[in-house]
Design a protein around this ligand. Structure first.
Ligand SMILES: Nc1ncnc2c1ncn2[C@@H]1O[C@H](COP(=O)(O)OP(=O)(O)OP(=O)(O)O)[C@@H](O)[C@H]1O
Ligand SMILES: [Mg+2]
Length: 392
């Protein structure tokens, strides 16, 4: 009896010491990262019922094509921001021919252990619970589980239209600040109303009400732009540093916000009201609002060249990666802990130098990385994905 007691005591004390030592090391090196402990998928894409455990540091999801690797990362990102990185159609996420699905994620952050449960239905909108309590607005989910998603598709962040770069800023800002999420939603609603009015062609009604819409739009636009400017100010410092790191000091990356700006809230609002007023004629002709933060952009220059239009594919890919690495640092600087990094199929796309550079730093936070074959000499928690099942 005494032996069993002593044995249990020794084992529990050893575990406590290990955890204490690990936490102490993290504090000393200022490494604090959110960590997903488990993900459970029920009728999500090609999964019927699967629970997956994750560890600190590098987690590899290894499997042949079309087995469910991306689906798993998609489920995690869905619980982070309430939207899939791949589709806007919620119904696509539910396993074919099923009525109900669920994603459950248990994770730890500085403030303690948390659980997100996201329910999908074939005949109604999704529902979300945080620690067992249903949320009323999607905004309540923002900032609970923070994640950054990076896939080869992310090249569009640098290469494609400004929507991609606005989405990039907006997703981050929503995760940092619920008020940003609400302001953005309000802005979009007012914008829709203004556009409807413009399309109606009812000049009398436009004359009577347009100044009210302009005023309301400017109020939200002002908040959105000032928050984006704060983000870009930090992002440009981290992105320049990350890009020097990835290119061996060969390329200087410079970011700037493209749109109406001002450092003073009052002046910016006045400028915005004027902007909406002066664009009215053009807006009336086109039937939509042609100016405002919903048209703004981020300009990315590398060694004084506009990389969106003149960069090589490899340069654009490096820029996208630098932006993602900078994003990680911004989360750390704004929230005091790193988010979870989701890397979907990116290793095959990078050359050896950049791959090594990337792998060198991902130990600082929890990473879930998908690949078809894991042949790196790095300690990792390797999980095999096969036809909607995962071997722990
Ligand atoms: N709603 C759904 N219900 C059932 N199966 C689905 C659903 N949506 C997608 N699938 C299937 O899930 C499978 C796995 O998709 P996933 O994108 O996760 O593959 P992957 O392992 O990442 O493959 P790759 O290495 O090619 O990227 C696909 O074959 C797809 O047809
Ligand atoms: Mg995939």
């Amino acid at each position: 009896m005494l032996f069993i007691f002593l044995f249990t005591l020794i084992i529990t004390t050893t575990f406590k010491l290990i955890i204490y030592f690990e936490n102490w090391l993290k504090i000393v090196y200022n490494i604090v990262s959110m960590e997903i402990k488990s993900v459970e998928l029920k009728n999500f894409r090609n999964y019927t019922l699967q629970k997956v455990g994750f560890k600190s540091g590098l987690n590899i999801l290894e499997g042949k094509n079309a087995q469910g690797k991306t689906n798993l990362l998609e489920a995690v990102f869905l619980c982070a921001i309430g939207k899939s990185p791949r589709t806007n159609k919620e119904k696509e996420l539910l396993k074919w021919n099923e009525q109900m699905g669920k994603v459950t994620i248990e994770f730890t952050k500085k403030s303690g252990t948390k659980k997100i449960e996201l329910y999908l239905f074939s005949n109604q909108n999704k529902a979300i619970k945080i620690n067992g309590v249903p949320i009323k607005k999607l905004g309540e989910l923002m900032g609970e589980l923070n994640a950054i998603y990076f896939s080869p598709d992310e090249l569009k962040l640098v290469k494609e239209s400004p929507d991609e770069r606005r989405r990039f800023m907006d997703i981050d800002l929503c995760q940092f600040n619920k008020n940003y999420f609400y302001a953005l939603n309000k802005y979009n609603k007012i914008l829709n109303q203004r556009n409807k009015l413009l399309k109606s062609g009812n000049l009398q009604s436009i004359k009577e009400t347009i100044s009210i819409w302009n005023e309301q739009l400017s109020e939200q636009a002002c908040y959105i732009i000032l928050k984006r400017l704060e983000l870009i100010d930090k992002l440009k410092v981290f992105a320049e540093r990350a890009h020097y790191y990835l290119t061996d000091n060969q390329e200087k990356m410079v970011l700037s916000y493209v749109g109406l700006t001002d450092t003073s809230k009052e002046t910016l609002k006045q400028k915005l009201v004027k902007l909406y007023e002066t664009s009215l004629e053009k807006d009336l002709n086109l039937g939509y609002t042609t100016v405002g933060p919903h048209r703004d952009d981020i300009k990315i220059m590398v060694n004084d060249v506009d990389i969106r239009h003149f960069g090589s594919q490899g340069q654009q890919r490096s820029c996208a990666l630098s932006l993602k690495l900078a994003e990680l640092e911004i989360f750390k600087s704004n929230l005091g802990e790193y988010p979870v990094l989701l890397l979907d199929d990116v290793l095959s796309e990078l050359d050896e130098f950049r791959r090594e550079k990337l792998l060198k730093i991902i130990n600082n936070f929890q990473t879930l990385l998908t690949c078809t074959e894991y042949n790196l000499n790095l300690p990792a928690n390797v999980l095999k994905v096969k036809s909607g099942t995962v071997e722990n």
